[in-house]
Design a protein around this ligand. Structure first.
Ligand SMILES: Nc1ncnc2c1ncn2[C@@H]1O[C@H](COP(=O)(O)OP(=O)(O)O)[C@@H](O)[C@H]1O
Ligand SMILES: [Mg+2]
Length: 360
């Protein structure tokens, strides 16, 4: 099989545009050394092979400028096809944020297509996108998280407001709102499509800080510097506007890096990360977000595909964008698929034959 590398970006997600930025940046960095194919997944769920020299503004209009629409075949020779020709892709770097690109859907598709991809597989991807299940699992493992209530007509939370309301499967702070009472949370949930897959409620931790840290798993498990984003208002939250609209996007947004954090806080973060890695099968470069208030630290979320993979977090410890992305490609190439037969002599197939022979 050829070693072609493809970058997939876009996707039918509210974070579609940010994903284009990550995809183009990744492609630009990697194409300096490798042959790279760019695959754009449109908002309306179409797939295109696009030129690597396109810029983000080229993706603003409709899809008519893209001439190479791809088909996906799940037959005996599965893969991405342009007309009748299969694209020889062995490895995908997944640059899709939010929605089906991050929640396990694309991961499952690539599994079925027998293409290796960056980042975690189906179950870890899904767990990290489903805020209700994520907090429930973390809490069951004694990792400090805030109380989490799944919003429903019949069930009220057993903690007091003010609350923070979040889409159950959200990202980029889209739909995250501070609400005073449960009734308001219920009515916002019912009246906006942002919450049509459900919503969760947590106590609003006033005057808290966000603390963000990068984690990668190859060639070793490494943690980046800790970042403290600077919000536009002290008692508010790290909003979509702070993240992307001010100062030219996530990389330009205001931050303290490395953040000046109390050693007690830093130790708690490291302890939580060490434990987290025994629970979650994280792969690639993710960003783990914490909320802190005084000496208290709460795990807030694991972004398995953070904006621009948060590569800027590693600069001061001497890892360049190229080094990080190249390591992620190498990690992906080394992956084995849990259940498909890799080539004609795959591990899953072998296991099945072994079991069969034991059973007689
Ligand atoms: N319980 C909370 N109390 C106070 N602020 C919070 C709380 N949860 C989230 N926030 C703020 O809202 C932001 C977005 O919430 P988050 O859970 O990270 O959602 P998303 O997945 O959309 O990024 C966080 O970065 C933080 O600033
Ligand atoms: Mg967040």
């Amino acid at each position: 099989m050829s070693d072609n590398l493809a970058i997939i970006f876009g996707g039918p997600s509210p974070e579609h545009d940010i994903s284009i930025l990550t995809g183009l940046q990744t492609s630009r960095v990697l194409s300096s050394k490798d042959k790279v194919l760019n695959i754009y997944w449109s908002r309306d769920n179409k797939w295109y092979l696009v030129d690597t020299n396109l810029e983000s503004k080229d993706f603003i209009g409709n899809n008519s400028i893209f001439k190479k629409e791809l088909n996906i075949k799940l037959d005996s020779n599965p893969g991405f096809y342009y007309k009748k020709k299969k694209l020889e892709i062995s490895t995908v770097i997944n640059s899709c944020h939010g929605g089906p690109g991050e929640d396990g859907t694309l991961q499952s598709l690539l599994d079925l297509l027998m293409i290796k991809y960056s980042g975690p597989g189906l179950s870890t991807s899904q767990l990290c996108m489903d805020k209700y299940t994520f907090f429930t699992v973390m809490s069951a493992n004694s990792i400090p998280v805030l109380n989490t209530h799944l919003i429903s007509d019949t069930n009220k939370p057993d903690f007091q407001g003010p609350y923070i309301l979040k889409p159950r499967f959200g990202g980029s702070s889209i739909g995250v709102e501070i609400v005073e009472d449960y009734q308001t949370a219920l009515s916002i949930t019912k009246n906006s499509t942002l919450y049509n897959q459900g919503s969760i409620l947590q106590p609003f931790l006033e005057e808290s800080d966000d603390l963000l840290i990068g984690v990668r798993t190859y060639p070793n498990i490494d943690y980046s510097d800790i970042e403290k984003p600077i919000r536009s208002s002290n008692n508010d939250m790290f909003s979509y506007k702070d993240k992307y609209l001010e100062n030219g996007g996530l990389e330009g947004s205001k931050r303290e890096l490395p953040a000046k954090v109390d050693p007690l806080v830093k130790n708690q973060i490291i302890e939580i990360l060490n434990k987290l890695l025994t629970i979650l099968d994280i792969k690639g470069i993710c960003r783990v977000d914490f909320l802190s208030k005084g000496e208290k630290v709460y795990l807030n979320e694991v972004n398995t595909i953070p904006g621009s993979y948060a590569l800027y977090l590693w600069e001061q410890i001497g890892l360049s964008k190229f080094d990080l992305l190249k390591d992620m490609v190498d990690e992906t190439k080394l992956k084995t698929n849990n259940w498909t037969n890799e080539g004609s002599d795959g591990t899953a197939l072998k296991k099945a034959k072994d079991i069969q022979s034991k059973l007689g």
